[in-house]
Design a binder for this molecule. Structure first.
Ligand code: ATP
Ligand code: MG
Ligand code: MG
Ligand code: MG
Length: 467
């Protein structure tokens, strides 16, 4: 007899047959005639009801079937008399695979439902929280979105390229980089002037964890046309916010022959497609999160799918913010970067829809963005989402070697370190564009969770990297 998954049994119409199912006990309840075991195996949110008739099982034989224990059940799949489920399993044989001592099992009280245990407290037992309904739902949705991303790009002629995690340049993320080294921390080799001698290090130079795969992605786009990366990125920034992690996953498409409007069209269609995919494929998990945490979740997701994003320039946005009635913590002035309070005002209060802001002042954006004709702004775009703020940052890239070198000099970006990047402009340069989507910000939006630490299995933030 082959094992069936709970999800397949719950949707099966082939009844009155012998089945084998394995999973974890969520709850056991009942009376002295019959016991009901709610069994979950991760294949879906719902549990399968296993009925143990006490004429067949002694109370003693069921004593280890407690919340969190793992069991294998053989029995008959039958129509259920009870409310809330179409089928149940009448147990013939129950084997306890692993016990979970009720005295010490951390999720005991709630039958592995997170109610009553705060999301904050669950972060301290991140190794167990996937067993709660909430994190089961979040992780299935996260999986579905990752899958949808690959599917979208595959269907649209993009190639998936892998960019390095360890990088030899720190031109892009000055001050935000995690160093990678094999030098002994106690007595690292020193040069004559007393500074650490990285020539003795594994790679013979200073290396770091990547903050973005974009620059390498551009190289690939200059050969393959349309590419994307989807990998982990690392930023040693202040991640004590509900929107920042020290380790997060970024999706970065890069397209030759795309200008800024093409880039915006892609970003909008991409995001709408992903949200639509989740609505279609994660209905039960989304409904659970909607009912449990956020009664506006499903409406918000459908709204994003159904409505065009608002497009306007940074300059126009600053005008709106300056005349807004709302008091902001940080004042808005042309030339300063927008804070998330400003972004969210535009999205949630003013336009009441997702916004794409373009043409930011050059001084607050990266060196590789294409300069506008006015010489003051660049062809940047940020996509802003309700409840999130910035979800995507992108731009048309500067394709002109001379202009790019001038920008780098102006911003003190070391050209000698980026000689390989400049070669793309030196040989067969073309107009091109791309963007970075923070994968966890997408998952945050789709799940409606309040904190980015709750949409990744093992969050990394200041003072948090235990396991
Ligand atoms: P923010 O303004 O929110 O700090 P950013 O402008 O510094 O973001 P980019 O360098 O533009 O970020 O990175 C591209 C995308 O990666 C962002 O739009 C965001 O979705 C995501 N992102 C950036 N930093 C983080 C982080 N620390 N944790 C999670 N996602 C992030
Ligand atoms: Mg940032
Ligand atoms: Mg930003
Ligand atoms: Mg950005």
């Amino acid at each position: 007899l082959r094992r069936s998954r709970v999800n397949d049994l719950l949707t099966s119409t082939d009844l009155n047959r012998d089945v084998l199912v394995k999973g974890w006990v969520r709850t056991r309840r009942g009376n002295k005639y019959v016991q009901f075991i709610a069994l979950n195996d991760g294949s879906c949110l719902a549990t399968l009801q296993v009925v143990a008739d006490l004429s067949k099982f002694s109370e003693e034989s069921l004593k280890d079937i407690t919340t969190g224990a793992s069991v294998a059940v053989r029995g008959q799949l039958v129509a259920s008399q009870g409310k809330g489920q179409a089928v149940e399993v009448q147990a013939e044989e129950i084997t306890v695979l692993g016990t979970a001592d009720p005295e010490t099992y951390p999720l005991q009280k709630r039958g592995s439902d997170q109610k009553g245990i705060s999301l904050e407290a669950l972060r301290d037992i991140a190794h167990l929280r996937p067993r709660t309904n909430t994190f089961g739902a979040v992780l299935r949705i996260r999986h579905a979105l990752a899958f949808a991303i690959h599917q979208y790009f595959n269907e649209h002629g993009f190639y998936y390229v892998h960019t390095p995690i360890i990088t030899g340049s720190d031109a892009e993320g000055a001050g935000q980089m995690f160093r990678v080294t094999t030098l002994p921390p106690e007595h690292p080799p020193r040069t004559a002037d007393g500074s650490v001698d990285f020539a003795e290090d594994f790679f013979g130079k200073q290396t770091n964890l990547t903050v973005s795969g974009q620059l390498e992605g551009e190289l690939a786009a200059m050969a393959l046309g349309q590419v994307y990366t989807f990998g982990p990125t690392f930023r040693a920034e202040n991640s004590n916010t509900a929107r920042h992690l020290a380790e997060f996953w970024m999706v970065e498409p890069e397209m030759a022959f795309y200008d800024l409007p093409d880039n915006m069209d892609l970003a909008e269609d991409f995001l709408q497609s992903l949200v639509r995919y989740a609505l279609q494929h994660c209905a039960a998990d989304l409904q659970f999160l909607h009912d449990t945490y956020d009664k506006e979740l499903l409406g918000r997701l459908q709204f994003v799918v159904d409505n065009q994003f608002q497009r306007l320039t940074y300059t126009e946005a600053v005008e709106i913010l300056k005349t807004a009635k709302q008091k902001f913590e940080f004042p808005v002035d042309w030339g300063t970067d927008l804070q998330s309070e400003h972004e969210r005002y535009l999205v949630e209060k003013h336009f009441k829809k997702p916004v794409i802001l373009t043409n930011y002042p050059k001084d607050i954006k990266a060196f590789y963005m294409k300069l506008d004709d006015d010489g003051r702004t660049v062809r940047a775009m940020d996509v802003l989402f309700p409840g999130i703020g910035e979800i995507i940052g992108g731009s048309q890239r500067e394709e002109d070697l001379g202009k790019l070198e001038a920008r780098m000099a102006e911003m003190h970006v070391p050209a000698d370190e980026l000689w390989w990047y400049l070669d793309t402009r030196r040989f067969g340069t073309v107009p091109h564009s791309g963007f970075g989507l923070g994968f966890e910000r997408l998952v945050l939006f789709v799940t409606g969770m309040g904190n980015i630490r709750d949409v990744i299995p093992f969050p990394r933030y200041p003072k948090k990297a235990e396991f």
